[in-house]
Design a protein around this ligand. Structure first.
Ligand code: DQA
Length: 166
């Protein structure tokens, strides 16, 4: 039996929105690439989207790889105990460099992690074309701006619903 099968539906209704390095600069940073919305705007969109789906979004941003790892580990532990369903992760530039993040996501399996990038990384420099997250992610949403987070939350909501009825 999967760890979450025996849990109360309400307890699995939290999701983590985790943003990595430089995403605190959204709104000021390269607006032609990332848009004019701030991190606060993005987090408000995530909280509201989650609320509309009867989910609670907890939002964190860090510029530090180790802090991101700690959030992922904590989310995995909460998934096992039934108090968190999944993660929307934009690991920023660490997506292209961090085997540690790859290992962490693998380490918290089966916690679903949806990888999001605001910009279309495949239309940019070649060093952005490879992500260490993609092969261990439940899904990937790239190049749709802030809307990618909204879609990722909808996808987690669907998965959570299916997990409850399976
Ligand atoms: C990003 C793309 C990365 O290549 C970049 O380093 C970022 C943001 C995105 O959301 O488009 O910081 O993850």
């Amino acid at each position: 039996m999967m760890a979450h099968d025996s849990l109360e539906p309400a307890t699995m209704s939290t999701i983590l929105i985790l943003n990595g390095p430089n995403l605190n600069l959204l709104g000021q940073r390269e607006p032609s690439t990332y848009g004019s919305g701030s991190l606060a705007d993005l987090e408000a969109l995530c909280v509201e989207t989650a609320r509309s789906l009867n989910l609670t979004a907890e939002c964190h941003q860090s510029n530090h790889e180790g802090v991101l790892l700690d959030h992922i580990h904590a989310a995995g532990a909460r998934h096992s105990e039934g108090s968190l369903f999944g993660i929307v992760l934009n690991a920023g530039a660490f997506s292209h460099t961090s085997i540690a993040l790859h290992d962490a996501i693998k380490g918290i399996s089966p916690t679903p992690v949806v990888e999001v990038h605001i910009s279309n990384v495949h239309a940019r420099e070649s060093f952005r074309h490879h992500s260490w997250i993609s092969s261990v992610a439940a899904g990937i949403i790239i190049g749709l701006g802030f809307d990618g987070y909204r879609l990722a939350i909808h996808s987690l909501a669907e998965k959570a619903k299916k997990a409850r009825i399976s």
